[in-house]
Ligand binder design. Structure first.
Ligand SMILES: [Zn+2]
Length: 145
């Protein structure tokens, strides 16, 4: 699905999500994932999945990209692209990554990108309806002290 309405930056972000996959460290699952994050000021930060022999310590590509970006001083994001080697289906962020994306904006666009660069855009609030957000922490509670 070629869409001439998307910006060059979005196209570049999607291409970088595919490139980022080449850095994936996935010796256990052999499931390579790449992500690329577009900041509000037009920078693109890449991430890949990083596995560990202690399986639960691995981190997904999306969170890798977000944590890299935040540690470099970025916290305003427009969009994120995610890509795996699955040929015929879109790869969507896991639940943990959806929550971390949502933390940085309820309006972030998530581009699911196939290796052939076909894509589908889904807003994060569609992927994570009724998501938990920092505002929840300040809402009125039943107990006070
Ligand atoms: Zn994930």
């Amino acid at each position: 699905m070629e869409d001439s309405n998307i910006s060059d930056k979005i196209r570049e972000m999607m291409a970088k999500s595919v490139e980022a996959k080449s850095h994936a460290y996935s010796p256990y699952s052999h499931f390579r994932v790449g992500a690329a994050l577009l900041t509000d000021d037009g920078q693109i930060i890449e991430g890949c999945n990083v596995e560990n022999a202690s399986y639960s310590l691995g981190v997904c590509a999306e969170r890798c990209a977000i944590f890299k970006a935040v540690s470099d001083g970025h916290s305003n994001f427009k969009a994120i692209a995610v890509n795996s080697d699955i040929k015929d289906e879109f790869t969507s962020p896991c639940g943990a990554c959806r929550q971390v994306i949502y933390e940085f904006g309820k309006d972030i666009d998530v581009y699911l990108v196939k290796p052939d660069m076909t894509y589908k855009m889904v807003p994060i609030k569609t992927l994570l309806p009724l998501g938990f957000h920092g505002e929840c922490l300040n809402m009125k509670k039943i107990l006070t002290d």
